[in-house]
Design a protein around this ligand. Structure first.
Ligand SMILES: [Zn+2]
Ligand SMILES: [Zn+2]
Length: 194
């Protein structure tokens, strides 16, 4: 999963603050860069740290109509896999060499799980602010095509004139929160069947 849209009263800065609090310490450093649509958070391993390979990750956090879209870029890995590989080789030749490498292994595994840890943080922030992969209350009201009355989503017919509302009901992908048309059978964002 590379992109999720959180609907509700939430701002990109709320995600950035939490990501920096979580990742700008220990073996990692994190910083935020403003963009026209929101901001970017970059997380990278510190150059002078003790162990493991290098890695970096960019997270784009954009304002969208009804909330915030969070996208995680491809993780660039410099020497993480190589570091794990040389450990395996050294361990074959001399099992005792593994003892001196345990910190490296732990650090490389921590680095490889960076994506998952970023999503955990992002989802915790969204939940704390009541944002979700569902449409917010504002978009949950839809306008009758015949009489322009606002109706709650889920209503099968207009509360004012009784006309059927099936055509105007919006949907979101339950997997990633992307707003989809009723005619779509595959989510255009995450490609899962709807
Ligand atoms: Zn109506
Ligand atoms: Zn989706």
């Amino acid at each position: 999963m590379k992109k999720k849209i959180f609907h509700g009263e939430i701002q990109p800065e709320m995600f950035a603050r939490a990501l920096i609090a979580e990742f700008d310490r220990g073996n990692f450093l994190a910083r935020q860069i403003p963009t026209p649509q929101g901001l970017i958070v970059q997380i990278a391993t510190r150059p002078q740290r003790q162990s493991g390979g290098q890695t970096g990750l960019t997270i784009s956090i954009d304002r969208v109509e009804d909330g915030v879209a969070v996208q995680i870029g491809d993780q660039s890995i410099f020497g993480v896999a190589a570091s794990l590989g040389s450990t395996a080789l050294a361990a074959l030749q001399n099992p005792f060499s593994l003892l001196g490498r345990l910190d490296d292994i732990a650090q490389d595994i921590e680095s490889l799980q960076l994506d998952d840890r970023v999503w955990e943080t992002v989802e915790r922030v969204a939940a704390a602010h009541g944002a979700s992969l569902q449409l917010s209350e504002r978009l949950r009201r839809l306008i009758c095509e015949y009489c322009d009355t606002a109706n709650p989503v889920g209503e099968s017919s207009c509360i004012a004139c009784g006309a059927p509302l099936g055509n105007v009901q919006p949907l979101t992908c339950p997997n990633c929160g992307f707003v989809v048309r009723r005619s779509e059978t595959i989510c255009p964002n995450c490609k899962r069947p709807l």
